[in-house]
Design a binder for this molecule. Sequence first.
Ligand SMILES: CC(C)(COP(=O)(O)OP(=O)(O)OC[C@H]1O[C@@H](n2cnc3c(N)ncnc32)[C@H](O)[C@@H]1OP(=O)(O)O)[C@@H](O)C(=O)NCCC(=O)NCCS
Length: 199
Amino acid sequence: MNATASVKFRSISATDAAMLTDLMRRAFVQAFSHNTGAEDLKAYMDSHFTIRRQRSELSDPKTVNVLVTVDGHPAGYAQMDAHPPPDFVEVRRPVQLRRFYLLKSHWGTYIADELMQVCLERLAGLGYDGVWLSCWDQNARALAFYRRWGFRSCGTAPFIVGNDRQTDFILVRWIGPDATDGGPELTKAAGEYGNEGQP
Ligand SMILES: CC(C)(COP(=O)(O)OP(=O)(O)OC[C@H]1O[C@@H](n2cnc3c(N)ncnc32)[C@H](O)[C@@H]1OP(=O)(O)O)[C@@H](O)C(=O)NCCC(=O)NCCS
């Protein structure tokens, strides 16, 4: 990315479903084709990243969707919703950061930080006080990124990609008042979450 590139963040809606689906599929393959079988990737994408499903998810008023463009081209996205967390996450008004992806050519730039800032401000503005997410235990880069942003692991959850049963860490971060102090304790004892957490 050149230094003069124009990076923008905007909300998206059901009319963007085809564009988002294409972006989701490209970002997913770029992120995981080196350590997940092609058949498993395809099975997951064919079930989750379809225009029909995205049209439905984007129409859900409880979701918050942010698209990143670079010089007018889709470059990444984040999806958030009020899906309830595992019971070991003790947050009064929780929100899930469900998907957070950049195309690989934008990794290691400042864009992920800006996208996270945009997301946390949007969520705090909507009155949520804690963000939780689920991240594959083998995804060291994303885990390092979330750790730098103050997310802390509080348990695990199974995650199924095709026929591959993986383990995710459940991470949580306070965004309510006093967030700069780390906020209050957000979890009970570390726990394990059932399959119902599968996004
Ligand atoms: C997750 C993602 C948005 C982060 O954006 P990014 O631009 O890559 O993040 P950054 O470069 O700012 O930070 C990456 C961190 O990982 C570290 N890192 C890089 N490669 C690593 C590796 N192989 N192992 C461990 N840490 C690694 C970097 O040093 C950096 O850590 P630091 O912030 O403590 O210095 C981006 O990598 C992405 O889109 N990945 C694919 C999608 C994905 O995995 N999403 C999360 C699903 S839960």
